[in-house]
Ligand binder design. Structure first.
Ligand code: ZN
Length: 431
């Protein structure tokens, strides 16, 4: 362990703090700027896909950039300033500069009456519009009169930017971790996922790896569709996948199963989360949410699940200015990182073996693995694990399958398998 518990969580929070001010969207310089910062932590390959390119049933949208925006009142005072919060501008707003009366202005204002101090986050990617987001208290205090609205943005042919970090392992089989990158100053959604991915990459780069790992950083929905379209010929390599988002709050974990329902990743995530806390939730796949929708579309049906804490869309701070640097906690980020690391540890070691002496029980005593005299509980438990592994290792069952069947800890079954492998009683399947 190169870092202590809180230190990594603090570093994860610091990375979120440095990315927080940037105005990101599904395209544009905010995304590129964010990748430049991430590149200081990990190697990253950045890809640009041109506007208009057809990707399955979609087209890559025009590129959006914004430099400034404000609303001035009759006295010429800025009452809304993009420089104070990038949430103030409807994401993907077309440029505008004109004077409007209050009634017309209000048609372009968005607020949340239930949380009158918060600024909402709103987007209009596929419908050209302009607008501002403001606190409800400010909206109801606006006086009649003429307002100057100004949005210095551009919506032009350009490209969509996504990035990958590939960490090769012994196998060409891949584990995919996907996190979205398109939200502006919002922390849990999605900076927590970005930060977790970055620190998970740093951890994995120091480990011996059986699988290869591919981390994808891309905008939600259109980004995963673009990535799938660009990489269609290689998706067969994905053996396990996780969508990583909403991992910085202090709620219990939720694992959303893949469309396959009981893929190996589904079993492993469920096992790790449930042994951590019975409060953690496992939910079935449904075709709504984040990018699991694309990876689990019927034409791909990949074994990709999702790990989140706060449930999608139902926590009050979701898509508001209250999803800020105080809402995400260093300790929660660290805890989430640990969960991903534990899941990967099981993925790496959840092998299938073939018993090399399957006719009758192998004689464990002559290999020093069986002692009747002076057997204590611990030894008995170990011997039982040995017998389970030997009996179940016909190549069809993974160590996790065996652990569940034996009602024993995965680690105990794995240790037994390691010992049996060392003395030649097991061979790895497919190696
Ligand atoms: Zn979101």
């Amino acid at each position: 362990m190169e870092d202590n518990f809180t230190a990594v969580g603090e570093q994860m929070h610091q990375l979120i703090t440095s990315l927080y001010p940037i105005c990101r969207s599904i395209t544009g310089d905010g995304v590129r700027q964010s990748f430049e910062i991430i590149k200081k932590f990990i190697p990253l390959a950045v890809y640009e896909v041109p506007s208009g390119k057809k990707v399955f049933d979609w087209n890559v949208p025009k590129e959006w950039n914004i430099r400034d925006a404000y609303i001035k009142n009759t006295r010429g005072e800025k009452i809304i300033d993009f420089k104070n919060s990038n949430l103030h501008v409807l994401n993907y707003s077309i440029p505008v500069h004109k004077k409007v009366q209050l009634a017309e202005l209000k048609e372009h204002l968005h607020s949340i009456p239930e949380h009158p101090d918060w600024i909402p986050y709103r987007t209009s990617y596929y419908n050209e519009a302009w607008g501002f987001c403001i606190s409800h208290n400010q909206l109801i205090s606006l006086e009649e009169g003429e307002y100057e609205v100004f949005i210095d943005s551009s919506l032009e042919e350009g490209s969509l930017t996504y990035a990958e970090c590939f960490i090769p392992g012994k196998l060409s089989d891949e584990v995919l971790i996907f996190t979205h990158t398109c939200h502006p100053s919002l922390c849990n959604d999605n900076l927590s996922g970005i930060s977790l991915s970055v620190f998970l990459i740093r951890h994995l780069m120091q480990q011996k790896r059986r699988y290869s790992y591919r981390f994808v950083f891309a905008p939600t929905t259109i980004g995963s569709i673009v990535w799938l379209a660009e990489n269609e010929s290689n998706v067969f390599k994905i053996k396990h996948g996780l969508i990583c988002t909403l991992v910085g709050d202090t709620n219990e974990f939720t694992y959303k199963r893949s469309r396959q329902h009981s893929a190996e990743i589904d079993q492993i995530a469920e096992y790790v989360l449930k042994r951590k806390s019975t409060e953690n939730k496992i939910i079935d796949f449904f075709p709504f949410g984040y990018d699991e929708r694309q990876f689990c579309s019927p034409g791909f049906d990949l074994p990709v699940g999702r790990i989140s804490r706060a449930t999608y869309g139902v926590y009050p701070e979701y898509h508001t200015s209250a999803d800020n640097l105080e809402f995400v906690k260093a300790s929660a980020l660290q805890e989430s990182l640990n969960i991903f690391e534990e899941i990967i540890e099981v993925i790496e070691t959840n092998k299938r073996y073939i018993n090399q002496s399957p006719k009758g029980e192998a004689q464990l005593g002559k290999r020093g693995l069986y002692s009747v005299i002076g057997a204590n509980n611990e030894k008995m438990h170990f011997q039982l694990a040995l017998l389970w592994v030997l009996n179940a290792s016909d190549g069809s069952q993974s160590l996790l399958d065996i652990a569940r069947k034996a009602n024993m800890k995965f680690e105990d079954i794995k240790n037994a398998a390691d010992r049996l492998f060392e003395c030649g009683l097991l061979k790895e399947k497919d190696s």
